[in-house]
Ligand binder design. Structure first.
Ligand SMILES: Nc1nc2c(ncn2[C@@H]2O[C@H](COP(=O)(O)OP(=O)(O)OP(=O)(O)O)[C@@H](O)[C@H]2O)c(=O)[nH]1
Ligand SMILES: [Zn+2]
Length: 201
């Protein structure tokens, strides 16, 4: 099967990394207590820098473009469209530590729908930045509201934060749940209940 996944599987392993960026990472390694010149660490600064470019790839895109291709022929469909259990990774802006979780994204269309993969693309576009979960949730919802003008939008994100589990308070097994509910889902109690129930909340 000819399918171009090269970019996704190869990643950015050839990306040149400026010397000052590598030096910054060597400084961090020294500060953490290791020797950046020892054999196992010589390529690490470039690897770490490339990894960060990948974690933060969202800065290279405007997630709104994913919603520019809409389908108008929806056959009169005017019920909830929901994509749930969408796994994502982000990094918290306070510690630059991983945020790992899943999202549920729903909207109540007017006359336009989008390809469902695009909702996940919007999520990743905002997640692959330095974030707080509240802003990530709000940005995804606002993007759908602005681009599709649906009658309602609901985004619920459930995630664990490595800055809480691997350091600091070191508390495992905690999830943070955030939601942004707009339009009819916010105003109408029954619509809100229906969408949250479909999401599993
Ligand atoms: N509201 C919110 N807080 C977050 C998020 N990610 C991390 N945090 C919190 O950001 C806070 C930063 O608090 P500070 O007191 O400035 O940093 P700190 O001394 O490292 O705090 P501790 O994590 O308690 O050790 C911590 O309480 C984190 O748990 C997020 O997405 N949303
Ligand atoms: Zn954090």
């Amino acid at each position: 099967m000819s399918c171009n996944h090269e970019e996704e599987t190869v990643g950015n392993s050839k990306l040149p990394v400026p010397e000052n960026v590598q030096e910054a990472i060597r400084t961090l390694i020294r500060w953490a207590g290791d020797d950046p010149t020892r054999e196992g660490l010589t390529d690490t600064p470039a690897r770490v820098a490339r990894a960060w470019k990948e974690y933060c790839q969202g800065y290279e895109e405007d997630p709104r473009v994913h919603l520019s291709r809409v389908f108008h022929e929806v056959g009169g469909y005017d019920e909830i469209v929901l994509l749930k259990d969408i796994p994502f990774q982000s990094h918290c802006e306070h510690h630059m530590a991983p945020i790992i979780g899943k999202a549920a994204i729903a909207y109540l269309p007017t006359d336009k729908v989008v390809g469902i993969s695009k909702l996940a693309r919007v999520l990743h576009g905002y997640a692959r930045r330095l974030q707080i979960q509240e802003r990530l949730t709000a940005e995804v919802a606002q993007c759908i509201q602005d681009e599709l003008q649906p009658r309602g939008v609901a985004v619920v994100i459930e995630a664990s934060h490595a800055c809480m589990s691997a350091r600091g308070v070191r508390t495992q097994g905690v999830s943070m749940v955030t939601s942004r509910i707009m339009g009819l889902f916010r105003k109408d109690h029954r619509s809100r209940e229906e969408v949250l129930k479909l999401m599993g909340y």
